[in-house]
Design a protein around this ligand. Structure first.
Ligand SMILES: Cc1cc2nc3c(=O)[nH]c(=O)nc-3n(C[C@H](O)[C@H](O)[C@H](O)COP(=O)(O)OP(=O)(O)OC[C@H]3O[C@@H](n4cnc5c(N)ncnc54)[C@H](O)[C@@H]3O)c2cc1C
Length: 334
């Protein structure tokens, strides 16, 4: 693909600046579209996120990612060359049947550097992105899309194409009564929540692993953030609760959820002393539909969808779904 502009530039709005939206936006821009991204948060990267505190930071969404597809490997190589990502070699354990075991996994794992938002920031560097814009209404009229945001009201600009790069339930909120087929797909995604506790211990833990998969009713994952490349600041641990338990307790008070998670960690042998903590409730952390063969595109409305939930529920799939959707939009537009 050449990136040659169309004779009259076709415009596209992308809602969501997570890795799928950024992937779609960069590809469309390269293909000659005029692209504008709208994001409700104050920064890009969505669930590839890092929380910063006083003297510490920790990835509290995606912990690492893997790369199998050649297209994604090629992209990842750009991130690595630009120092936005690197390999992570944690000392990895598994807790199962009441005991700790060394992990026998030989998977190669990657992380953003210096934190998980870095690949997203790298993709965003040449894009026009409107932050702090929560799109709450979309309308299609006379071949053009109009958007409305909570913060700015009616957005002046109109667009030829609209891409929704959002978790499934948030897609549903915007497309109800616009696209029946997507309503059906979305309801299959069954996205589940996740409680995350970031723990800043009063002193460093003296344990022989950096990360662990935990098979337990409450906890599913723990990792020491500064075992990843280029992290600065104090020792910080991220604990993810198990998706099923998180979903069942998602409406709990944050402190009550944290207490249950930390009690459980203590029973597993993780004694954080008298730690500082920060807790995050992910309402839509994980979940996906059975793989669909093609990107989801409503050609009549010039409306496209991408996101992890359409391609396996992880970082690599999210990036691929955005890239493939952009290629399909280009093909349709020719
Ligand atoms: C706790 C947790 C742990 C995870 N662990 C891993 C892991 O170890 N490995 C892995 O590969 N994946 C992991 N994942 C999944 C991975 O983070 C996602 O697959 C990927 O980041 C999804 O990208 P996305 O672009 O599809 O969606 P998102 O990152 O969710 O992006 C959607 C964006 O849309 C924005 N938005 C939402 N609604 C609106 C609106 N109305 N208007 C404007 N903007 C809006 C959001 O703010 C967000 O930035 C994890 C996720 C979580 C939450």
């Amino acid at each position: 693909m050449t990136g040659k502009p169309h004779s009259k530039q076709i415009s596209a709005a992308i809602i969501g600046a997570g890795i799928s939206g950024l992937s779609c936006a960069t590809r469309l821009q390269k293909l000659g579209f005029e692209v504008e991204v709208y994001e409700k948060s104050r920064g890009v990267s969505g669930r590839m996120s890092t929380r910063n505190g006083d003297g510490w930071n920790a990835d509290h969404g995606a912990q690492y990612f893997t790369a199998r597809d050649p297209l994604f490997i090629e992209e990842l190589n750009h991130w690595i060359e630009s120092e936005a990502a690197s390999i992570w070699h944690p000392r990895l354990k598994v807790f199962k049947q009441g005991q700790w075991h060394d992990s026998i996994s030989s998977e190669i794992r990657y992380v953003g550097t210096p934190n998980m938002t870095s690949p997203g920031k790298f993709l965003a560097r040449n894009l026009s992105i409107q932050l702090n814009q929560t799109i709450n209404h979309i309308t299609y009229k006379a071949g053009k899309w109009s958007l409305h945001s909570i913060e700015a009201g009616e957005i002046q600009k109109q667009f030829d194409w609209l891409v929704l790069a959002l978790p499934a339930p948030q897609v549903l909120a915007l497309t109800k009564q616009i696209d029946k087929a997507i309503e059906i797909l979305v309801s299959d995604a069954n996205m589940q929540g996740c409680w995350t506790v970031i723990v800043i211990p009063d002193k460093n833990l003296n344990i022989d692993f950096d990360a662990a998969f935990v098979n337990n009713k409450i906890i599913s994952w723990v990792s020491r953030n500064n075992s990843k490349a280029n992290r600065i600041g104090r020792e910080v641990w991220t604990i993810h609760a198990n998706p099923q338990w998180s979903q069942e307790t998602i409406e709990l008070d944050k402190d009550a959820a944290a207490e249950l998670i930390l009690d459980c960690a203590k029973k597993l042998g993780l004694d954080f002393g008298d730690p500082k903590i920060s807790i995050h409730r992910w309402r839509y952390a994980s979940g996906h539909i059975n793989p669909v063969s093609d990107p989801i595109l409503n050609q009549d409305l010039r409306l496209g969808f991408c996101g992890d939930w359409l391609r396996g529920g992880r970082v690599e799939g999210a990036w691929l779904s955005g890239y493939e959707l952009a290629s399909q939009i280009e093909t349709f537009q020719k």
